[in-house]
Design a protein around this ligand. Structure first.
Ligand code: UDP
Ligand code: MG
Length: 316
């Protein structure tokens, strides 16, 4: 029988871990696989770790890694994937927004030969109009700017064959835009569709500021197009200035010069000043990331690691 490992990053989720475990167990019992669950505690400051340790105590198919502090979901996920030990892995959020019921279908597709099966949302319940709109612009923007295509409305919830996991684990960049990495590796990928539910309890860890920086991370790690922006604007401004220069010369020759033009001068100076600062800012975004990568720091640090065991005979 194949081995399946569920990889779950958790951060301050004491309200939901037990519920998650129960629901997950129910679903997994209907699947024809041996399974284990690996929780990665991303530096929770509430009782999350105690809840997980208790689950482990009851069921040794539950394992966990605790990180030394909060590194962020991408890093927690990376830690989990680095320690994945099974034939096939499912990455899922703990808040049950990603329904475990999809797993049997994912496994079937895996048996059919797909290496990556990702779950795409049909509906985004419990999200504001603003979040939906910005999300949709983001996907359009990043896909128009980068060579790989990142599936729209797809979170991290997916099944990965162990060879896809190994491929991901080879990508050690510290700027971890997981959606991009998952797309970058290739392999036989397949989408399935579902309605994303509201969180069952607890609160989302995202806010607009974090989402914005997430979007910038995504774009800068998968596209150089913004860097070319300065070149394009520069070329177009230079062409326009050339034409305008001809106009000024012709005007002076024909009508003489009575020194007008203060407003137009201001406009041009301010416009170009703005563009230059923006271009510098863009270069700064890339430079900063280059600096981060260059430090070659470990992506996460582990405090405790308790690997899950395959099924014990005594727990049913
Ligand atoms: N998470 C994490 N580290 C963080 C923030 C979140 O491991 O710094 C986990 C969280 O516990 C959950 C998943 O990542 O299992 C998704 O988080 P959340 O539900 O807040 O994101 P959303 O569903 O709103 O995108
Ligand atoms: Mg969530």
């Amino acid at each position: 029988m194949s081995n399946l490992q569920i990889i779950v990053p958790v951060y301050n989720e004491q309200e939901v871990v037990d519920l998650f475990y129960e629901e997950m167990k129910q679903t997994l019992q209907t699947c024809d696989v041996e399974w284990t669950i690996l929780f990665i505690d991303d530096g929770s400051t509430d009782g999350t770790v105690q809840h997980i340790e208790f689950l482990r105590h009851k069921d040794s198919r539950v394992g966990f890694i605790t990180l030394s502090r909060n590194f962020g979901k991408e890093y927690a996920l990376t830690a989990g994937l680095d320690h994945a030990d099974a034939d096939v892995v499912v990455v899922i959020d703990v808040d049950l927004q990603d329904p475990p019921e999809l797993i049997p279908q994912m496994i079937d597709l895996w048996h059919e030969g797909y290496d990556v099966v990702y779950a795409t949302r049909k509906k985004r319940e419990g999200e504001t109009f603003l979040k939906k709109a910005t999300a949709s612009w983001f996907y359009r923007l990043i896909n128009s700017m980068s060579k790989i295509s990142i599936p729209k409305d797809t979170g991290d919830y997916r099944l990965l064959d162990i060879k896809a996991v190994r491929a991901i684990n080879k990508l050690r960049e510290s700027n971890r835009f997981m959606k991009g990495l998952f797309a970058w590796i290739g392999y036989k990928q397949k989408a399935i569709y579902f309605d994303r539910k509201k969180r069952i309890a607890g609160t989302t860890k995202w806010n607009m500021r974090k989402l914005f920086s997430f979007a910038v991370d995504g774009i800068t790690s998968f596209s150089y197009v913004p860097l070319k922006f300065a070149t394009w604007i520069g070329v177009s401004v230079a062409l326009l200035s050339f034409v305008y220069g001809l106009v000024v010369i012709a005007k002076t020759l024909l009508f003489g010069n009575d020194l007008p033009g203060y407003p137009s001068l201001m406009v041009v100076i301010l416009f170009l000043g703005g563009i230059q600062l923006m271009a510098l800012g863009i270069i700064g975004e890339y430079l900063g990331r280059l600096f981060e990568e260059n430090k070659q720091r470990p992506l996460y640090l582990i405090d405790k690691y308790q690997p899950p065991n395959q099924r014990d005979k005594d727990d049913v």
